[in-house]
Design a protein around this ligand. Structure first.
Ligand code: NDP
Length: 512
């Protein structure tokens, strides 16, 4: 029978700092609950020395971890998954406290990542393990094999908006590939980061395969400059550029999971009720602080009135608040309120109309949800990441110009299409890493597909087979299995063999 989890308060985490690789001697972070300002705890800010010491410990752990079989690693990752599942309510509550999102919303991200952990543990061997490759006529005497080996130590820098799902998308895949990880959570969600470290240590007691360093941007910067083998960054495009510059000093490769300006298309033959529900949820849940959240909605002009009415009815019934009953929580980061308000005010001042919800007069970090219409394509509200509980509704008639507008921002993270006949065509035309058809955020739910963006949304992938290979390097071995009929790689070639080579080249490739 599973043990009953004991309650673990946020302040207990802060005071004991279990698993915190920060030394704790210097300045500290103070964390408060968004919306209420209730103090939640204070945490050490890890220094560059703390980071270096953690990376050194991680090296030892990485050697041991890489020496295990895929099955042995998978068993331990499954144990971690079991702990997360049994402590589901506890971690969901902690996420809610630090981010301000409703507990039920926090539970969705925890539930979703469990599926990804199971997938990574189960598929690491088939994706990364040794396999034979095919020979060609020219190389018939050779047999090849390839395997994907762990890189060593991976640094993970995470955001606050999905503090379980987002960092674990890198951490678990890096671990499944045989690496050790040093993780720097956002300064807004250090308690969640420590919680993950504490229970990974329970699942893998033998060595510190996951160490957590609480801290701020300086800690992240130190991690990006440390002697690590890869940095997995999730956060804003602006910070990604700084991390990339820091990592360049050691030629450390990077995965960059950055922001987006995702579009949601409602075509003429869409199920309008389902589309309105999905548009409202993807735009407004988590107070709009979702990297793959909908920020622009394009509806075919033949159904725009009907769709707008349905969307307005749903949004009209929503409310943001800091109380437990509010379906939308306060914004997590106080500074982001100004960005959201700036975009909304700029659009309304330029003539945009509020179709639903309320714009203006935020109460502290509580911003009411809204849908605007008539926002110009080149307004900041349509070109920059807003990251708040709002979206712009716009019409379209032809697919070609629609795709040009969708692809014009330079971001390319996710997108959604509701429709039938042309849904696949529209999806294929979006220059994004992911598109979901007739489903809300399907690409985040399905563990077998990679997750990541193009352009200003970053590069590299987490989740799925690509997410495993991201944290490994290809190691090829080629063995001579037969005497070669024609061996061009020797000084002992004869003129006759050179002539034969020319003939073979012509035969094999001349007709191409
Ligand atoms: P930030 O870019 O502000 O921060 C991300 C992380 O980087 C935090 O841990 C932060 O630390 C750290 N950091 C800050 N400065 C530096 C630095 N100079 N060097 C190294 N690390 C640094 O992003 P947010 O936390 O505000 O997250 C929101 C953003 O993340 C949005 O743009 C969102 O779209 C994106 N995002 C992308 C996802 C994806 O998968 N593509 C998923 C989730 C979010 P600290 O917080 O302590 O300052």
């Amino acid at each position: 029978m599973s043990p009953t989890p004991t309650p673990l308060s946020n302040s207990a985490l802060a005071n004991q700092s279990p698993g915190n690789a920060a030394s704790g001697a210097g300045p500290r972070l103070t964390v408060t609950r968004p919306g209420t300002g209730e103090p939640l705890g204070s945490y050490p800010i890890a220094t560059a020395e703390d980071v270096a010491a953690a990376v050194e410990r991680a090296r030892g752990a990485a050697d041991w971890w890489a020496g295990l079989t895929f099955a042995q690693r998978g068993k331990r990752l499954d144990a971690f998954r079991g702990i997360l599942a049994r402590r589901f309510a506890q971690i969901s509550k902690l996420v809610s406290e630090e981010t301000g999102k409703p507990v039920a919303d926090a539970a969705i991200e925890v539930a979703t990542i469990l599926d990804h952990i199971a997938w990574a543990a189960r598929h690491a061997r088939s994706v990364l393990g040794p396999r034979r490759t095919r020979s060609t006529l020219m190389s018939f005497h050779l047999s090849g094999s390839i395997e994907y080996r762990p890189l060593g130590v991976v640094g993970v820098i995470g955001p606050w908006n999905f503090p379980v799902m987002t960092p674990l998308g890198s951490i678990v895949f890096a671990l499944a590939a045989g690496n050790a990880v040093v993780f720097k959570p956002s300064e807004l969600t250090p308690g969640v980061g420590l919680w993950l470290g504490r229970y990974m240590a329970e699942a893998v007691p033998e060595a510190p395969v996951l160490q957590v360093l609480t801290g701020d941007g300086t800690t992240g910067d130190a991690l990006a400059r440390a002697d690590i083998d890869k940095i997995a960054f999730t956060g804003s495009t602006a910070t990604a550029k700084k991390v990339m510059a820091a990592a360049a000093e050691r030629l450390t490769p990077m995965v960059a999971e950055c922001g987006g300006k995702d579009a949601f298309v409602v075509d003429y033959d869409a199920d309008l009720d389902a589309a309105a529900e999905a548009a409202a949820w993807t735009a407004l849940s988590n107070a709009g602080q979702t990297c793959v959240g909908t920020e622009r909605i394009y509806v075919h002009e033949s159904v725009s009135e009907a769709f707008g009415a349905k969307l307005a009815a749903i949004v009209g019934g929503l409310r943001a608040g800091a109380d437990d009953a509010a379906p939308i929580g306060p914004m997590t980061m106080a500074g982001q309120v100004d960005v959201v308000e700036g975009h909304l005010r700029g659009a309304v001042d330029a003539g945009a109309r509020v179709l639903a919800g309320r714009v203006g007069a935020p109460e502290g970090q509580v911003v009411q949800p809204s849908i605007l219409t008539g926002v110009a394509d080149d307004a900041p509200a349509n070109t920059e990441e807003t990251f708040g509980p709002t979206a712009n509704l716009m019409g379209f008639s032809e697919v070609g110009p629609l795709l040009a507008r969708i692809n014009a921002t330079g971001y390319g993270l996710g997108g959604t299409v509701y429709g039938r006949a042309r849904a696949a065509q529209i999806a294929r035309g979006m220059r994004t890493g992911m598109v979901s058809i007739n489903a809300a955020l399907g690409f985040a739910m399905l563990p077998s597909v990679p997750f990541g963006g193009v352009g200003k949304s970053g590069f590299g992938r987490i989740h799925g087979p690509d997410g495993l290979r991201e944290f490994a390097y290809a190691h090829s071995t080629v063995r001579r299995r037969l005497p070669p009929v024609l061996d061009p790689t020797t000084f002992a070639r004869t003129a006759k063999q050179d002539e034969l080579l020319a003939t073979v080249v012509n035969l094999l490739h001349g007709g191409a």
